[in-house]
Write a protein that binds this ligand. Sequence first.
Ligand SMILES: [Fe+2]
Ligand SMILES: [Fe+2]
Length: 331
Amino acid sequence: MTEKANLGGAPSERNESQSDRRPDSAGASCGSPSPTTGRSEPTFDSVRSFCLHILESGDLESKLVPPKGRDGKPLVDGPGPAVFVDRPARQDHIQIRSGADRLPNLNELRDPHARSVCVERFANHELMAVELFAWALVAYPDMPPGLRRGLLHVLEEEQGHVRLYLDRLSGLGSGLGQSALSDYFWQQVPGIHASSNGPASFLCVMGLTFEQANLDFSLLYRDAFRQNGDDESARALDIVHRDEIGHVRLAARWLEKVAHAAGDDEDGDTLTRLYDEFVPFPLSAARAKGRRFEVSARKRAGLSDAFIEHVRTAKPYKPRRGGDDVAESRV
Ligand SMILES: [Fe+2]
Ligand SMILES: [Fe+2]
C-alpha cells in the first residue's frame, strides 16, 4: 500500500489518551484469510475497531463492509482512546491527491464518458464521507452516545451511496480510479482537529457544509442526467438527495448540543452563530451551496430560516477558478 495514513496522535482537547497506531498494525480489524474466499475476514466487534478497519484498509471492499459483528449483531460502542488519523489507507488505483479536473458541463451528459466522469467524482466524495465519519468516531470517543449512533447510521448510508455510484459506473463501463481522485474532504481534517470543539467543527464541515451543498448538487445533477436520457443515474442521485436531508438534520440538531449553546441567542440565530464560529477556514457558508439553491430541502432538514438566508447570501472569500472549486463541496 502507498497510503499516507498517519495513525499517530496529535493532542486532542477532549481526550488525553493517545494511540500510536500505524497502518497494518491492525489488531482491531483484519483477521486471517478465509480458507473459502482467500480474503481477509473482518473480525471487528466494536464501533471503534470497525472504523479503524475502514481507515486502515486500502481496498474498497473493506471500506464498504457493513457495521455489524460477525454474528450480525450491532457493534458495541465502548470507550477507548482517541485516535487521530490524518490520511486514510487507499490502494494505489484509488489514491487521493490535491486538485480536481474540470467536471463536464451539464449539457455534455449525453456522452457516456462524461456521465462516468461525473459519477466517479460523486463516488469518491461518498467514499471520503465514509472515511471521515469513521475518522470522527475514533477521533472523538467522548461524543454523546446518541450522536455517535447517528454518525454510525450516516456512515452506513454513505456506504450505500458509494455502492449506488459504483453500480452506475459499472453500468457505464467504468469504475473508481479511472481518473484522478481529489482529497478535498480530507484537506479539512487539520482544521477540524485544531478546533476548540472538534465535534462541533466536524458537524459544521460535513453536515452543514458538504452535505448541505449536496442538497443542491444532487438535484441539479439528477435533473441533468434525466434530461440527457440517463434515468438510472438520476434515480441514484434522487436516493442520495433524500438521505442527505437526514444527514443535514442530524448535524443541525446536534450542533447546539455539543456546543452547549441551546437557546442562548436572544437577538440572533443560534445555528448561524455556531456555524460561523466552528466552521474552519477556508470553508465558509459560501461553500454550503450549489448554483441552484434548494430552500425546501433545507427546511425539511430543519435548518432555521435565518441560517438558510445566511447561506443563500454568503459570498466566497475570493473568487476561485479551477482546482478544488465549489463543485467539490458535496457529499
Ligand atoms: Fe452521501
Ligand atoms: Fe451524507
